[in-house]
Structures are given as structure tokens and as C-alpha cells.
Ligand binder design. Structure first.
Ligand SMILES: Cc1cc2nc3c(=O)[nH]c(=O)nc-3n(C[C@H](O)[C@H](O)[C@H](O)COP(=O)(O)OP(=O)(O)OC[C@H]3O[C@@H](n4cnc5c(N)ncnc54)[C@H](O)[C@@H]3O)c2cc1C
Length: 389
């Protein structure tokens, strides 16, 4: 068993860490100022410049196949990079990537949707959730009905990340109500100018999801992504990737915050001593590191299974559940260690607190992950006592 990274992997990790510290973290005060004035986190121009800087260093299309100009670093390295990126709350991501399911497109769809998304010319969003179907995604009701050479879509989607900014949506609709999620749900690529409307949904965090309304939106037959009736499998494939990328980011955020708490505990005096000398504070620090380490290795294990082509669903649910809960526990302790200062807007802890709360909700709530893990065990799909099998 070898837990070490290769010299090349270590070099990538260190280069990204240096880039985040040198180029991205200095933008944090600006992001806080802008967000608190009600604006976007970063000016699109600044974001673009940063992406180009990263591109010059070779960080472009981290997980994109080489034939599309990407670096194809694979799931484990992508998770490690997400950990590094998670150290900052600046809303920056490397360019040159597209949703994994867009690779299921025809050559023509790849030309119109995949490649422009990789090149940053088009923006996508992924829409399965509806007002009446969140955790129970199998019961979506948005309907697509065939009319000549088109499909006509009617329905409403909600909480769609990037739904206000996207040029096109990967929308999931029922094409055969008798089959439903078992062969009767299809994914359509629907351009905004085909007629769907979006409305922002204010949230407690900086994420700005949107509700999308489809009223007789006509989508050509050629815009079916993948096969007719096989959309639910594509949706699960899209969500599957987040189940190790979400906890990976959480590990980076938690490590950064724990370092803030350690630094503060060493200088904050109370009753004649730095608070670092009190066992109550030490235990919060120790418990946090134990939980972060556990989350790190569960996440890397899930990513490793994906890389090896193994069934990663059970491991990914464990990693997502554990990482989301860990990050929320750590941010709460870090806020507590900072006392009143932790609660102010002078420090970014409250921002992180609000943002990390989402991790326990989207892409499968804590309860849904627990349900999946328990069912896998109860039905014998997953076994106890395995190591790397
Ligand atoms: C900021 C944000 C961004 C999002 N981005 C997207 C996106 O880009 N695309 C997209 O399609 N969706 C997106 N979502 C939707 C997200 O995936 C859903 O909110 C999530 O799956 C939960 O669904 P729900 O909100 O309808 O809650 P519900 O399903 O109504 O759940 C309510 C509560 O009941 C619990 N519950 C539900 N069923 C069970 C059960 N069987 N057993 C035990 N407990 C249960 C839940 O865990 C939760 O605690 C986003 C959500 C948010 C908040």
C-alpha cells in the first residue's frame, strides 16, 4: 500500500498551492468587499485574467482529455487540486473544462456545446431538481412531448446553479411517463434562445441558483444528449463526480480555517494565558484535524476507485457525507475559537460558515447519503471488512 504522491504529482500540487497563495488569496478582501456591497465575488475581467495566467502555467482543462486540449490529470489529481482550490473562498476555477456528460454528445453536439464550453465561450447548467422533486429526483414531472421533428418541453426546474448565466441547459424531462426514471427520462440540450426563462433565487450563501421555466420550449430531436430514455443514468453520472469533488474542496477549506484558529489561539490572551493553553481549545483543534484527515483519505479513496474504473458509488457517498459534516463541524469550532470576532464580518469565517452549510444539502443531502450507504449494506451491494476491493 502506497499513500505517497509521485514527484510529478507533488510538483503539480505545490505549483497549484503556490498559485493559490500568490495569485488568488490576495483577492479575498476584494471579494468580501464586493459581495458585501451586493455585487458579484469577482469582476469577470479579473477572473478571465486569472484564468489566462493559470493557462500559461499549464493549468487548463484539469480533467479534460488531451484530444480536447486538456491536461487529463484524472480523478485523484483533480481531487488534490480541488483541495488546494478549497483553501480560498475566491470564486475561481481553472478554465478549459466541461460537464462530464457532454462527452456523451454526437460529433455535432460536441462541436456546438462541448468544445465552446471547454473554450469558455459557452456556459452550461444542469437541471434535474424541480419544486416537487429534489431528493426524489426519480419523480420529476417536466414533460417533453414529440411534435414533428421537435420535442416540446413544459415544466419548472429549481435551484439550478448557474441557471441565470447559462447559455444552454442540460435539462431532464419525462419522455415516457409509463417508464419514468426506468427508461422514460431524457436529457435535452436546450439553448436559452429556444425560450426557457430564469429567475434568481436568493440564498444564505454566495451561490446564486435559479429557477427555470419551460413553457412550450421547442427543442430539435438532434438535441437529445445520449439516448432517448436514458437521461436518468446520465444525471447520476454527472452527480457521481461531485461526490468526491465536493468533499475534496471541503478538506482544503477546513485546513485553511483550522490554521486560522491555530494562529489565533496562539496570540489571543485570556485570563493571563494564550487560549491555546486551555484544554477546551486544544480539543477543538485536535478533533478538527482528526476529522479533516479522515475526510481527506476517504475522498482520495473514492477518487482512486473512479481512476481504477472500480465501482465508486458507495465510497463516494461515504466521502460526500463525511466531508460535508466535517466541514460544518470544523467551521463551527473555528468560529467558536475566534469568539465574538468569529461572528463578525471583519473575518471571512461567517462567509465560509454560510457557504459550507450548502455541502450538506446539494448533490444528495446527508440523509440521502446515509440512506444509500445503509441500503447498500442491507442489500449486500457493499460489504464490511474490505480494503481496496
Ligand atoms: C445552492 C443550491 C444549488 C443547487 N444546484 C443544483 C443544480 O445545479 N442542479 C440541480 O438539478 N439541482 C441543484 N440543487 C438542488 C439540490 O440537489 C436539492 O436541493 C437537494 O437534492 C435536496 O432536494 P430538496 O431541496 O427538494 O429537499 P427535499 O428532497 O424536499 O428534502 C427535504 C428534507 O427531507 C430529507 N429527505 C428527503 N427524502 C428523504 C428520505 N427518503 N429519507 C430521509 N430523509 C429524506 C432531506 O434530506 C431533507 O433534509 C441545488 C440546491 C441548492 C440549495
Amino acid at each position: 500500500m502506497d499513500f505517497s504522491l509521485s514527484p510529478e504529482e507533488l510538483q503539480i500540487r505545490d505549483t497549484i498551492r503556490a498559485f493559490v497563495e500568490r495569485e488568488v488569496m490576495p483577492l479575498e478582501p476584494e471579494v468580501l468587499r464586493s459581495e458585501r456591497a451586493g455585487g458579484p465575488g469577482l469582476d469577470p475581467e479579473v477572473l478571465r485574467d486569472l484564468r489566462l495566467k493559470a493557462k500559461k502555467m499549464g493549468f487548463w482543462g484539469i480533467n479534460t482529455p488531451e484530444e480536447y486540449g486538456g491536461a487529463a490529470l484524472g480523478p485523484v489529481m483533480s481531487a488534490i487540486i480541488a483541495m488546494e482550490m478549497g483553501r480560498t473562498f475566491v470564486p475561481f476555477s481553472f478554465g478549459g473544462s466541461a460537464d462530464n456528460i457532454l462527452y456523451a454528445g454526437t460529433e455535432e453536439q460536441k462541436r456546438r456545446y462541448l468544445i465552446p464550453t471547454i473554450e469558455g465561450e459557452r456556459r452550461s447548467c444542469f437541471a434535474i431538481t424541480e419544486p416537487g422533486a429534489g431528493s426524489d429526483a426519480r419523480s420529476i414531472r417536466t414533460r417533453a412531448v414529440k411534435d414533428g421533428g421537435d420535442w416540446v418541453i413544459n415544466g419548472e426546474k429549481t435551484f439550478i446553479t448557474g441557471g441565470n448565466e447559462a447559455d444552454f441547459v442540460m435539462v431532464f424531462a419525462v419522455t415516457d411517463p409509463d417508464k419514468g426514471a426506468n427508461g422514460g427520462v431524457t436529457c435535452f440540450l436546450a439553448d436559452r434562445d429556444m425560450g426557457w426563462k430564469s429567475e434568481p433565487i436568493p440564498t444564505m450563501g454566495q451561490w446564486g441558483p435559479a429557477s427555470l421555466v419551460f413553457e412550450d420550449v421547442r427543442v430539435p430531436e438532434d438535441n437529445i444528449l445520449g439516448e432517448l430514455g436514458r437521461g436518468f443514468e446520465l444525471a447520476m453520472q454527472w452527480i457521481g463526480q461531485g461526490r468526491y469533488m465536493i468533499p475534496a474542496r471541503a478538506v482544503g477549506s477546513a485546513e485553511r480555517m483550522l490554521q486560522m484558529a491555530i494562529d489565533y489561539a496562539n496570540i489571543r490572551m485570556s485570563m493571563g494565558k494564550p487560549i491555546a493553553e486551555y484544554q477546551a481549545i486544544q480539543w477543538m483543534i485536535a478533533d478538527s484535524q482528526v476529522e479533516i484527515e479522515a475526510a481527506k483519505w476517504l475522498t482520495l479513496h473514492a477518487a482512486w476507485r473512479v481512476r481504477e474504473g472500480m465501482d465508486a458509488r458507495h465510497a463516494s457517498s461515504i466521502a460526500k457525507l463525511n466531508g460535508a459534516v466535517m466541514a460544518n463541524q470544523v467551521v463551527d469550532r473555528v468560529l467558536q475559537i475566534h469568539g465574538g470576532m468569529g461572528y463578525t464580518k471583519e473575518l471571512p469565517i461567517e462567509r465560509w460558515y454560510r457557504e459550507l452549510r450548502l455541502l450538506r444539502i446539494f448533490e444528495g443531502t446527508d440523509e440521502i447519503q446515509r440512506r444509500t450507504i445503509a441500503r447498500n449494506l442491507l442489500r449486500g451491494h457493499a460489504r464490511l471488512g474490505t480494503i481496496g476491493e
